[in-house]
Design a protein around this ligand. Structure first.
Ligand SMILES: NC(=O)c1ccc[n+]([C@@H]2O[C@H](COP(=O)([O-])OP(=O)(O)OC[C@H]3O[C@@H](n4cnc5c(N)ncnc54)[C@H](O)[C@@H]3O)[C@@H](O)[C@H]2O)c1
Length: 329
């Protein structure tokens, strides 16, 4: 077995999608763009999609982590598999530059994975500056719409493509989390993406949301530092601390490894036609895949009393009680 690629700035583990029942080359010939692809969920998606044989363009405004993501994927899979393009998805010129670089390098884009979000934009409406709401919509709403306008016309022309969005099951923010700003932005992008599904119906382009729901390996000592907040963008001081155990779910600490999240994304892309116009919560993807997650042999041991168990859609829905049942299956 090849030596696993390591990184001093990215928080990664070796990626094994055969364990998840997936096949190398299942996405061969495809070219993906992953926004926010240099960290956590997006990094897992980018590495998994590359593992499955696609070329990957990583779009992120974190230049250091983005360059390292390109290096890691090219070391894991082979030269010229990944391309990093520094991109702020709120800037139209950056999206156009992203498309130009992607087309110049790989000639086309088949899979648009809208995933970027500034997770620090997560405050209550009453104590957050309105500029936070502007920024939330700018990334997760307008940014998604701009990427769609840049990449989807060529997909429609070729009758081939997939568009996904990293949605949230927080249709609106529960009181303890206080993420009104975050949820409003996510709702905006979800509306754009799910409406697109209608616009491209019968055009060979498939559109769905994949909801990560607790993906992360939040070892902050290894995470690249977030960029400093812009003036007026500081997180509110009274923002409540989020902890899944507050939902009475000590086994669920938001610790689905990003590599497992990547497996769910590859599976979902392979089933895009079935998922078109709907969405899937990551735990449901694992169930559909019959993915024996977590891998007991390699998973880091949870703290006593914090052992992981796989949640059903119903458990997730109950946990986020007032949220509604999520997307149709
Ligand atoms: N982690 C979860 O369990 C979870 C749950 C539900 C939804 N989501 C969604 O999944 C996505 C990824 O979540 P995550 O936990 O990996 O977040 P993260 O903060 O770890 O990663 C977000 C990435 O997006 C990048 N980014 C932020 N603003 C950007 C911008 N303007 N332009 C380009 N890149 C930008 C960041 O640099 C980072 O690499 C987000 O859209 C989030 O809302 C995550």
């Amino acid at each position: 077995m090849a030596t696993p690629v390591t990184s001093t700035i990215l928080n990664i583990e070796p990626i094994d999608l055969e364990y998840a029942g997936l096949k190398k080359d299942s996405l061969k010939g495809e070219v993906a763009v992953v926004t926010g692809g240099a960290s956590n969920v997006g990094l897992g998606y980018a590495r998994a999609i590359a593992w499955a044989g696609a070329k990957v363009v990583v779009a992120d405004f974190n230049a250091e982590a983005g360059a390292e993501t390109e290096r890691v994927i090219n070391a894991e899979i082979g030269p010229d598999t990944a391309l990093f393009v520094k991109t702020d998805v709120t800037k139209e010129e950056d999206i156009k530059n992203l498309a130009a670089k992607a087309f110049a390098k790989f000639g086309k884009v088949d899979l648009l994975i809208n995933n970027a979000m500034n997770m620090r934009l997560n405050g209550p409406i009453l104590s957050s500056p309105i500029s936070d709401l502007d920024q939330s919509y700018a990334i997760s709403g307008r940014g998604v719409a701009m990427a769609i306008k840049e990449f989807v016309p060529a997909m429609v022309e070729r009758g081939h493509g997939v568009v996904t969005y990293s949605a949230t099951q927080f249709h609106y923010a529960p009181p303890m989390v206080g993420g009104t700003i975050y949820c409003a932005g996510k709702a905006a992008a979800t509306s754009v993406v799910m409406s697109l599904a209608n616009e491209v119906k019968d055009k060979g382009v498939y559109v769905f949301c994949l909801t990560p729901a607790g993906v992360g390996r939040f070892d902050f000592s290894k995470m690249p530092p977030p960029p400093p907040p812009e003036p007026g963008q500081e997180p509110p001081k009274d923002m409540p601390k989020f902890d899944m155990s507050m939902f009475g779910m000590p086994g669920f600490h938001g610790m689905i490894p990003p590599e497992a999240g990547g497996a769910a994304m590859v599976y979902s892309l392979l089933h895009a036609q079935e998922l078109h116009g709907s969405g899937i919560i990551i735990s449901d993807a694992f169930t559909a895949m019959n993915f024996p997650y977590p891998n007991q042999a390699t998973a880091p041991k949870p703290a006593p009393g914090m052992e992981m168990h796989r949640l059903s859609d119903m458990e997730l829905t109950m946990a986020f009680c007032t949220m509604g049942s999520g997307f149709a299956k």
